[in-house]
Design a protein around this ligand. Structure first.
Ligand code: HEM
Length: 179
């Protein structure tokens, strides 16, 4: 997992819960990096899982809720650092339908070692999109947060439902209806 995901996460934890919480979740985790991240480095996903688990235990907020809020923050990082990709779109359905064949393809050019999910399009009209998310990292809640912010970015709203296709949620179906 790319360092930018860790640095932005710890910044948000500091903002919302204070620097003591950052110290607490780092010291209670067993981290090869010792909790020192640079935005261009690459670190084990298990480190993010440990940080999230400890934050969840200390705040009583579920990991999925934490991931969704974090994704909403991460969208502002995308706006700031990857506006070139974002500005190629004028419609949220078009953008979300292009994660697999364009957006994350561009991300891989920037970070060849990025660990990205797949988002296959099952159904697409101008108002409706059905996507299948697949990733061993089971971060569909991160996807949900980014989807919500994608609609907000284009001043639109949508009803987004999802269905876990297996117990571990490594495969999730998203049904997105523009309002
Ligand atoms: C992961 C970039 C749009 C869903 C990531 C990562 C980056 C990234 C850097 C982390 C990779 C790693 O740590 O190795 C971008 C950029 C975007 C974009 C620059 C737009 C310009 C989206 C959108 C979605 C999405 C719209 C919506 C569903 C995800 C998910 C992950 C991810 C769910 C977590 C990894 C996983 O589930 O395996 N993206 N992304 N991304 N992205 Fe995107």
């Amino acid at each position: 997992m790319k360092g930018i995901v860790f640095t932005e996460f710890l910044d948000l934890v500091e903002d919302k819960f204070g620097i003591e919480m950052v110290d607490k979740i780092i010291t209670s985790s067993n981290l090869k990096s010792e909790g020192v991240y640079t935005s261009v480095g690459t670190y084990e996903f298990s480190e993010m899982l440990q940080l999230l688990t400890h934050l969840s235990e200390n705040t009583n907020i579920s990991i999925d809720d934490l991931l969704q809020v974090y994704a909403e923050h991460f969208f502002s990082v995308i706006k700031r650092s990857y506006s070139g990709i974002l500005n190629m779109y004028t419609d949220p359905i078009e953008m979300l339908a292009s994660i697999e064949n364009h957006i994350h393809v561009e991300v891989r050019k920037i970070y060849p070692d990025a660990e990205l999910p797949t988002f296959n399009v099952l159904e697409k009209t101008s108002k409706k999109l059905v996507l299948i998310y697949k990733s061993s990292r089971a971060m569909h809640a991160f996807g949900l947060g980014l989807m919500n912010k994608t609609f907000e970015h284009f001043n639109e709203t949508a009803t987004i439902e999802f269905e876990k296709l297996n117990d571990v949620a490594t495969e999730v179906k998203f049904i997105i209806n523009k309002n």
